[in-house]
Design a protein around this ligand. Structure first.
Ligand code: URP
Ligand code: ZN
Ligand code: ZN
Ligand code: ZN
Length: 468
């Protein structure tokens, strides 16, 4: 089965150039000067006027995550299909171990959720919610045998996923030995719980108080502490997830300037949405945007700083933290008590577009867009060069993107299993045109869907390219 993509402009982190892309079966076999291939492809796709980019890689999703007595509303079927519509052809989801559970059981449970259901390829990180001797041994085994090479720890959510500093340090020391990356949810959860209890005691129950009880300085403080602990653990690679605050970014930038092996991602919600305009919406409406860390104040420079961090590489990746909960019956669990609103929003379908909007607005180069949504995600999490690049031998995960198209986001048209959109009415000066996964067209130019559940494969990942 040969496929020739003609007339497009291939984009990677180091540049863009006119080329035809030849796909043989599931992989890319050649990049050719335009119009020079003399063979007869079985299929040709005309990419004139389109950007030809590696399929998006979203390294932070939570299909079916249990949270606050309910489960994230997308499963591996609905969530990965929605991802495909949005130009994402690989996700890395978080398998979960809670205190007292066996790590390998948590991993097996996640395989059971994904097996036979995913439309696109997927890997797993592991949440370690109960650091103890057995869990540390399990980390070694997952790295050695299971292709799980990154572990998320929480400095937030006491009593749920929380690790104290001693546990964080022990997990970091284990990672230093086995080569894994530690992913950190950096918020001071102990202090936050005090502020939450004080707010509720005063009758402050609206969603906006979720944000006001999680001040940005407590993300900065936890970020600083994690960097110090990682230094004690002989500079184990440390990756901050869903970084939202200027204070946290300053800590990451200082650590990187000092030569530390520290990395961070941010998410579209922190680049665009705010505590006042979304989380502070009247009544219970703000529940749509309850996530942790919370949306930050527009009176402070967080959003501008995050865009700058993306340009300077202090922020290496944009992921979504896709963790959708419907308003009906799910977010509503927190009516009258913001602390009971399940945390998270749904964005897996929109990340490629939302970051492209930064290109349209002159905030990022088109090369940097590709780097932050596909190439660095692959390199950071051991998928490169199989994924994240348009090159001979790589999987033929390819998106044609139309810079002259237009996308309007709405719950009425999205494909996520979610009864609202955190992005309702947002318009993007660009459009996903065609989505190809391992040589198969999943989404065509007319929006026709040709994927199917179960075609996505589990990806055993290697160690990070940034390990040193
Ligand atoms: O609010 C969020 N972020 N929910 C998902 C869990 C997490 O902390 O990533
Ligand atoms: Zn988190
Ligand atoms: Zn998350
Ligand atoms: Zn079609």
């Amino acid at each position: 089965m040969t496929l020739l993509i003609t007339g497009g402009e291939v984009v990677g982190p180091t540049g863009r150039f006119a080329a035809d892309v030849l796909v043989d079966g599931e992989t890319i076999s050649a990049l050719l000067a335009p119009g020079t291939w003399s063979g007869q492809p079985e299929t040709t796709i005309d990419a004139t006027g389109k950007l030809v980019i590696p399929g998006g890689i979203d390294v932070h999703t939570h299909m079916k995550l249990p949270f606050g007595g309910t489960f994230a509303s997308d499963d591996f079927d609905t969530g990965t299909k929605a991802a495909a519509y949005g130009g994402t052809t690989t996700i890395i989801d978080f398998a979960v171990q809670r205190t007292g559970e066996v790590v390998q059981d948590g991993l097996a449970a996640w395989h059971a959720l994904a097996d036979g259901n995913a439309h696109i390829d997927y890997g797993f990180h592991m949440i370690i919610g109960g650091v103890d001797d057995d869990a540390l041994k399990a980390m070694d085994q997952l790295v050695a045998d299971e292709g799980v090479t990154s572990f998320k720890l929480f400095m937030a959510y006491p009593g749920v996923f929380y690790s104290d500093d001693g546990k964080v340090l022990r997990a970091m020391q284990t990672a230093r030995e086995n080569g894994a990356t530690i992913m950190m949810h950096a918020e001071n959860g102990i202090a936050i719980d005090v502020l939450v209890a004080q707010a509720l005691a005063k009758g402050q129950t609206d969603p906006v108080f979720h944000g006001l009880t999680r001040p940005s300085i407590l993300e900065g403080e936890a970020t600083h502490r994690a960097i110090a602990l990682a230094q004690v653990a002989r500079d184990t690679p440390l990756y901050f997830v869903h970084l939202s605050a200027s204070e946290a970014l300053a800590e990451v930038a200082a650590a990187r300037d000092a030569g530390r092996n520290v990395f961070a991602e941010t998410c579209p919600q922190y680049l665009y949405l705010t505590l006042e305009d979304q989380l502070g919406a009247p009544g219970f409406e703000g529940a749509k945007w309850v996530a942790s860390p919370p949306l930050r104040s527009k009176e402070e420079p967080h959003r501008d700083d995050l865009w700058r961090g993306l340009r300077t590489n202090d922020l290496a990746i944009v992921s979504t933290d896709h963790c959708p909960f419907c308003m009906k019956d799910q977010k509503e669990l927190g009516l009258g008590d913001f602390s009971k609103i399940p945390n998270g929003m749904g964005t897996v379908e929109h990340r490629v577009d939302l970051v492209y909007q930064g290109v349209a607005e002159g905030k990022l180069s088109v090369e940097r867009w590709v780097e932050t949504i596909a190439t660095t995600p692959a390199r950071m999490f051991g998928l490169y060069p199989r994924k994240g690049v348009i090159a001979p031998g790589s999987d033929a995960d390819i998106v044609l993107y139309d810079p002259n198209g237009r996308t309007t986001i709405s719950a009425a048209t999205h494909h996520m299993n979610l009864d609202y959109s955190a992005w309702e009415g947002f318009t993007i000066a660009g459009k996903v045109d065609t989505v190809i996964s391992r040589g198969e067209v999943l989404v065509d130019r007319d929006g026709g869907y040709h994927g199917r559940k179960g075609r996505g494969r589990y990806l055993k990942r290697g160690l990070s390219s940034y390990l040193r």
